[in-house]
Design a protein around this ligand. Structure first.
Ligand code: MG
Length: 263
């Protein structure tokens, strides 16, 4: 009989605890969808261009087909001497690299390029140029996004079109034929350096080549080196530079170049 009483008391206690716990749970407020809604700050309005690839309302237009007012010769900073005709600029190999007057830190870049249909040569000597995403020296100093005719043209894969030269192989080969226009859409996050010049955070780069992702937030290992391994040296905001490569093939052309500052 005593056992029955104890079991009865224990059972009653357990039931009481469950009822109490349920009561406590009932006191917890029910989450509301509004609790995870963010209303400010409100992103500013940017008006996109009517067609994809054209500059949106907040773009810095670097070349619209008319002139090279936004560019200088990298060597002596004199007016750029590349050839402008029919809405495009064409590399003047004897005039050397050109670079933007403006210096950039983080940015989004759109640039279009075309290897001529009558291109000659093989490997690196076939439509070679480049976009230096931050130019640290007039003669190919900085971080080169390679430009090359990679349509049926074999070369080392970390030097083909869409590569970060000698650092990052493109995921795929999205090159169009010579004679056709190609697009690069780039997101560049500049490297950050400590006061003492040591690297704090590397540069990161994302590249879409003709709309196809070929580099995804790649952590850049340092400035492009033709020979040897890349390494960093401290710098600040820098121009964007286009390469006048010395290969003997006919020169390539650029058009529709614009950037959006991200910092
Ligand atoms: Mg190059």
């Amino acid at each position: 009989m005593r056992l029955v009483i104890w079991v009865s008391i224990a059972f009653t206690s357990i039931i009481s605890c469950i009822v109490m716990l349920e009561g406590q749970q009932d006191q917890t407020p029910t989450p509301k969808p509004e609790e995870t809604e963010v209303w400010s700050p409100v992103p500013r309005v940017v008006t996109p261009a009517p067609e994809c690839g054209a500059p949106p309302s907040d773009a810095i237009v670097l070349f619209d087909g008319k002139n090279l007012d936004q560019w200088v010769s990298s060597g002596d900073k004199s007016p750029a001497q590349w050839v402008v005709a029919n809405g495009v600029m064409t590399v003047n190999k004897s005039a050397g690299n050109i670079e933007t007057k403006r210096k950039f830190r983080d940015y989004q870049l759109h640039i279009e390029w075309r290897v001529p249909a009558n291109v000659t040569g093989t490997g690196q000597a076939r439509g070679n140029s480049g976009v230096f995403l931050a130019a640290t020296a007039s003669k190919d100093g900085g971080y080169e996004l390679q430009v090359l005719d990679s349509y049926n043209n074999q070369t080392y894969v970390n030097g083909m079109a869409g590569s970060i030269y000698k650092q990052a192989i493109p995921f795929v080969n999205a090159t169009r034929k010579p004679g056709e226009w190609q697009t690069y859409d780039v997101v560049w996050q500049a490297p950050v350096f400590n006061q003492d010049g040591d690297l704090k955070t590397p540069a990161y780069v994302t590249v879409l080549f003709n709309g196809v992702l070929v580099q995804n937030h790649f952590a850049v290992r340092g400035e492009t080196r033709y020979i040897g391994q890349p390494y960093y040296k401290a710098h600040g905001p820098e121009p964007i530079m286009l390469q006048a490569h010395g290969d003997p093939s006919p020169p390539i052309s650029f058009r529709n170049i614009w950037a959006r500052e991200l910092d």
